[in-house]
Design a protein around this ligand. Structure first.
Ligand code: WT7
Length: 650
């Protein structure tokens, strides 16, 4: 059933006609609508979602200006919106600082003694920081970084586990006005080096290591490998996290605790222009070179704060747990910045969800009285596989709202999440968004009637549509390209050092609109059903990986002449990789070679690229210009109609 669902979603992408209609009918008409309970409605900040959406659609600038007033600005804006398309600008002329709003204003105000961060690792070690304590640590780090000559505009790479020090490093950079570039700790040395080199980072934050499934991950060793491939990093700051033996290179490497020792607990906050970049975050695209997505100090915080407050209906004291990793945008926006901007408590868990037993997640929810749990379909499916008894042992009375993100959630997983975690009473906020959007874009609010598997409707102020390649709206129920017709404050500003790629990727594919790269359809109630990516981007356990990146990982092996990679449906991870490989003359396909190839890809990307299968072949479907037609490979693999093959050289 799950497999069938994935294939169905995939099929819709390539079936333009009557068949599509039939499939979408199966998905939508069987969907029961879940109305919000009285409890949810009574509490909801936004009760009449449609009314608010209509008002925001009529005057989005007014809507966002009001949202901006929830934040502190050193100087107010002269104009809410402007710039030259597609280099849009928000809150023009304003001065602000992302870290000031996420930290300083709380530490200096009434949230001073509130817990900002609770952290727990796999072994059960727990730490807590109040806003004031976090502020003092960040200030020491700011002063130490300044002493190390880090200044506004510099890039600082961060390769760390999900621990409080990663938040400190990010906030300290933002406070100085240096751009952080967080690289997910599941990336390999080569991938880390690529990102450091593209950003020309001069500092690297890392840790000795991290526990994962009871095993030590040698982050410092991987970082050392990466540093052999880079020239720009002058200082490496190492958090002592799991007491692993590591070697420090004299003059370059320093322990985090030594680095901040003796520094003042007060630090000045840089007054940043609203349009100054706050960070770069690399994400996969259609080529093998990842894109450095730029977000700025002003608009980003406005979008993130308004969405976290409304989508999760936050008021006052809340414990918010987003199970993502700070290495992805979900972690940036909804582990670190969002909760802190909202002045609530965020939980960081450094470990896997099923250690020591498959109810670790539900145990943590009960232990800390988590109010909102925000996780990914892949985790939900993995937990469901262990059996209902694990969550059923836990009443989790503190939970009042659930969230999902990263990939389409299949109705079956949605229903399991609702029944066993939400105990049949909690609504699920299925939030569709991207690294580039910075914030939720298509999502329910708590008062929205829900259909399992649909992200419902655009957030107020966002105008989304489903169109054909000419930008023409497609009829209800028919699959097409998901686009955004207007602009929003936390949108990507450019690609680091590559404005042309920014224009080409997002604004040239379909004229006049922002191109998301996703396929979707709208049902008769105007609900959006996201089908997945239309480009060569894979979603593996919700992580975004480019097929071209994986292919270059394969081709790096001496035996490989050519390679084409596709995503195939997986009942837990959503998608996993299947590779079709042509070997060079003189090499023979074998299981040993398969393992070698998998290891080679792991070396070039990291464990995030989950390879399910390698098939040796002597031919790949190609266009006349020699491009591998992954679409054809995929249709053949799934036994579907190959569609239009006029470009294929037989
Ligand atoms: C892609 C963006 C931004 C969150 C983390 C991933 C897919 C994300 C959903 C959802 C269906 C989703 C899309 C999107 N996606 N959320 N709720 N339903 N698909 O960020 O790595 O930039 O990936 O994730 O395909 O384009 P990302």
């Amino acid at each position: 059933m799950r497999y069938a669902f994935h294939v169905m979603r995939y099929a819709i992408k390539f079936m333009p006609k009557k068949q599509t209609r039939e499939l979408t009918d199966v998905l939508t008409t069987s969907a029961r609508i879940y109305q919000p309970s009285k409890e949810v409605l009574d509490r909801a900040t936004v009760k009449d979602v449609e009314k608010v959406r209509k008002a925001a659609e009529k005057d989005p600038l007014k809507f966002w200006e009001e949202a901006a007033n929830d934040l502190s600005w050193f100087t107010k804006w002269k104009k809410v919106f402007g710039g030259r398309k597609p280099f849009y600008q928000w809150f023009i002329g304003a001065k602000t600082n992302l870290a000031y709003n996420a930290l300083d204003r709380h530490a200096e105000g009434e949230n001073r003694d509130k817990t900002a961060i609770i952290s727990e690792d796999e072994t059960g070690r727990t730490r807590r920081y109040t806003y004031f304590e976090l502020y003092k640590e960040v200030n020491k780090l700011v002063n130490a970084l300044k002493a190390a000559k880090v200044k506004k505009g510099d890039r600082v790479a961060i390769y760390m586990p999900n621990i409080p020090e990663i938040a400190m490093a990010m906030l300290a950079c933002a406070k100085i006005g240096a751009m952080h570039s967080v690289v997910y700790a599941g990336y390999s040395a080569a991938a880390l080096a690529d990102r450091i080199n593209d950003a020309k980072a001069k500092v690297l934050f890392t840790a000795d290591g991290s526990w994962r499934r009871g095993k030590a991950v040698d982050l410092k060793t991987i970082a050392d490998e990466a540093l052999k491939l880079t020239k720009t990093v002058k200082k490496v700051i190492v958090t002592k996290n799991n007491n692993q033996n590591v070697s420090l290179t004299a003059g370059r490497d320093v322990w985090f605790h030594d680095f901040i020792k003796g520094q003042s607990e007060k630090a000045k906050c840089a007054q940043m222009d609203a349009e100054d970049p706050a960070f770069v975050l690399y994400t996969s695209g259609t080529t093998s070179k990842p894109k450095g997505v730029i977000h700025v100090h002003g608009g980003y915080q406005v979008g993130v704060l308004r969405t976290i407050k409304w989508v999760f209906d936050l008021k006052g004291d809340e414990i918010f747990w987003c199970t993502a990793d700070p290495g992805w945008i979900t972690g940036h926006s909804y582990i670190i910045y969002g909760p802190l901007l909202a002045g609530i408590t965020t939980l960081q868990y450094e470990g896997v969800p099923d250690m020591p037993e498959p109810d670790r997640i539900w145990q943590i929810v009960e232990k800390y009285n988590v109010n909102v749990l925000y996780t990914a379909p892949t985790l939900i499916r993995a937990m469901a596989k262990y059996g209902d008894e694990w969550p059923d042992k836990h009443a989790m009375p503190s939970l009042r709202l659930l969230g999902s993100v990263g990939e389409p959630i299949n109705p079956e997983a949605w229903l399991w999440y609702h029944k066993h975690i939400g105990k049949g009473r909690l609504p699920i906020m299925d939030t569709w968004w991207q690294t580039e959007t910075g914030m939720h874009m298509i999502t329910p609010l708590p008062a929205t009637p829900l259909k399992p598997g649909s992200a419902t409707k655009p957030f107020p102020g966002i105008i989304a549509d489903v169109v054909d390649k000419n930008g023409k709206r497609v009829p209800t129920g028919k699959g097409g390209f998901l686009v955004i017709r207007n602009q929003w404050p936390s949108m990507i500003r450019t690609i680091f050092n590559n404005p042309d790629r920014y224009v080409k990727t997002y604004w040239k594919e379909i004229k006049g609109v922002y191109f998301t790269g996703d396929v979707a359809f709208k049902d008769k109630d105007g609900y959006f059903w996201i089908q997945g990516r239309t480009d060569d981007v894979l979603k593996i356990a919700g992580h975004r990986i480019g097929t071209a990146e994986v292919e270059s990982g394969f081709v790096a092996h001496k035996a490989v002449a050519e390679c084409g990679v596709i995503g195939v449906p997986d009942p837990v991870k959503g998608e996993v990789i299947k590779a079709f490989v042509i070997l060079k003359q003189g090499f023979e396909g074998s299981d040993v070679l398969k393992q070698e190839l998998v290891a080679c890809v792991r070396k070039s990307i990291g464990p995030v690229a989950v390879i399910k299968d390698v098939a040796f072949t002597d031919k790949l479907p190609k266009t006349r210009s020699g491009k591998i037609m992954r679409r054809v490979l995929k249709a053949q693999e799934l036994g579907l109609d190959v569609g239009d093959t006029s470009a294929l050289v037989s």
